[in-house]
Write a protein of this length. Sequence first.
Length: 116
Amino acid sequence: MRQIKFRIWDKKEKKIYDNLYLETYGVILRNEIGVSRHKDLIPMQFTGLQDKAGKDIFEGDLLKHDLWGVSEIIWEHGSFRGTSDKHDITLADHQLQRSRVIGNVYENKNLLEDKA
């Protein structure tokens, strides 16, 4: 069974948090300063997959494939996939053996410009 977990991007703090809980009426963030509720939080779901180094792959991550370059991981039409200007990839084990997480779209926007 795929493990369900999330991380969030906090637009105000410009920081990713890994330990959060989702509730019916929004996102609750439990961190070093206590509990916060923000409308400016963007949840990113774990894909259930890992890159070639064993790092968890989340929605919003930037994945670099040895041959295809950089792809952004998105959720679309009921599945996770990688998308770039040149290629769209499904997240299959044989592709992930040649891919690694190099950042995410919130902290590393400059890597999207270098899609090669």
